[in-house]
Design a protein. Structure first.
Length: 408
């Protein structure tokens, strides 16, 4: 890394001098602070969102906590800025993560002077770990995970990795399997906790009867009708959904289907599909048509529509995509259906089925049968509410962090 730094330093230093936030962070040229309670690090958007739940817990308990947040990617930086830095007086500041070279890491630590460093998921940076250890700064891994493929690669460097991991103060793992894989590299049971996945600590979206009534009105749906929202649909899924919708509508004419494709550039393709099947539809915001399919052609309103729905489906799961965020309807308080292709959302699917927030379906026929049961009242689901919380991984890690800061 020192050779790489020597090659990129002149370019990076020049960019930093002209105000590049990326290179100021990469070279450790962030604004100095009197002192930082916690330096938190996330790789990108997903990890940033996960750590936002931990920060929310920490700040609820200690509002004046001083946190500096670093990320690697530009999208992660934008997400962190919009999440944490809306107010000028916020105690959370954001920068890009430094290059893992001694000079950059030392400069960052000198300027932040953190009492603790908290890292999300699988970020292992040797120079950061070594410098924290040399300065007796506690290092904590939260939402820790290790995939099977990563475990296979890391076994080739068991000794050096074990040495690095031995310098951590505490590990909070997502699953027992993650804990077992880290144990292979010498992580002791007394240093590790299986806390669960922090992504399940996402706050519920604020629901109100007025808001729900307003959204149903904007959709052109009456109070007695049953709204089935299919969100983030991909090619091949609309056909399956429409087959189920038409089959159910014969016996339950009050069903209304809302289609919200993942990519808006597919709208013409979906319109052609609806027209080829002689299915009446209208675009959201246009004059409603009685008993027609509602096609969503704008971004940023899907969560509000989920809140107004009686049932949701999330796409990328009935075709081999791996699944989009099947938890979004859950946080909106709405039961969710999803297909069998769940490579990207396996843990979320288990969470949903374990808490009866929704169900997996394998085909149009299975979806039809389930919709029949749900609309008739023969099958019901739980709805996640503030009175129906799950175990909080953020609270588990947050309690430890606050306790250690008290003794720092």
């Amino acid at each position: 890394m020192s050779v790489v730094l020597a090659l990129v330093y002149p370019y990076g230093r020049l960019r930093a001098a002209f105000g590049s936030k990326l290179w100021r962070g990469r070279l450790g040229l962030i604004d100095p602070r009197d002192e930082t309670d916690i330096w938190m690090h996330a790789a990108s958007v997903g990890e940033t969102k996960v750590l936002s739940y931990l920060i929310a817990y920490l700040r609820e308990k200690k509002p004046d906590l001083r946190i500096h947040f670093t990320v690697i990617t530009s999208t992660g930086f934008q997400t962190a800025r919009s999440t944490f830095c809306e107010a000028d007086d916020t105690p959370v500041t954001v920068s890009f993560f430094s290059l893992d070279a001694n000079i950059a890491v030392k400069r960052t630590l000198d300027r932040l002077r953190p009492k603790m460093v908290v890292v999300a998921e699988t970020e292992i940076w040797p120079n950061l770990i070594a410098q924290c250890s040399a300065r007796s700064i506690p290092l904590v891994l939260v939402n820790g995970r290790m995939s099977e493929s990563s475990f296979g690669r890391y076994r080739l460097i068991t000794k050096p990795l074990s040495s690095l991991l031995s310098r951590y103060s505490r590990f909070f793992f997502k699953t027992e399997q993650d804990q077992e894989r880290y144990a292979h590299f010498g992580v002791k049971p007394e240093k590790s906790v299986v806390a669960g996945d922090m992504k399940f600590d996402a706050p519920l979206l604020p629901r109100s009867e007025d808001g729900i009534r307003q959204m149903r009105h904007q959709l052109g749906v009456t109070e007695e009708q049953f709204i089935f929202v299919a969100g983030s649909t991909r090619p091949g899924e609309e056909e399956i959904l429409l087959d189920a919708y038409r089959a159910v509508r014969d016996n339950h004419p009050r069903i209304r289907l809302v289609l919200a494709p993942r990519h808006l550039e597919r709208l013409n393709e979906i319109r052609a599909l609806l027209e080829s099947r002689n299915i009446t539809y209208y675009l959201y915001g246009q004059k409603p048509l009685e008993d027609a399919v509602i096609l969503i052609e704008r971004m940023g309103i899907l969560n509000d529509i989920y809140m107004a729905a009686d049932l949701a489906f999330v796409g990328g799961t009935l075709v081999d995509i791996g699944g989009h965020n099947i938890l979004e309807p859950v946080w909106a308080g709405t039961p969710v259906l999803f297909g069998p292709y769940l490579n990207n959302v396996t843990e979320a699917a288990e969470y949903i089925t374990d808490h009866d927030y929704g169900q997996r379906v394998e085909s149009s026929e299975e979806m039809t049968a389930l919709l029949e049961e749900i609309i008739s009242g023969a099958r019901t689901f739980e709805r996640k509410t503030a009175d129906h919380p799950a175990h909080s991984a953020a609270a588990e890690a947050g309690s430890y962090i606050l306790e250690q800061l008290c003794h720092a």
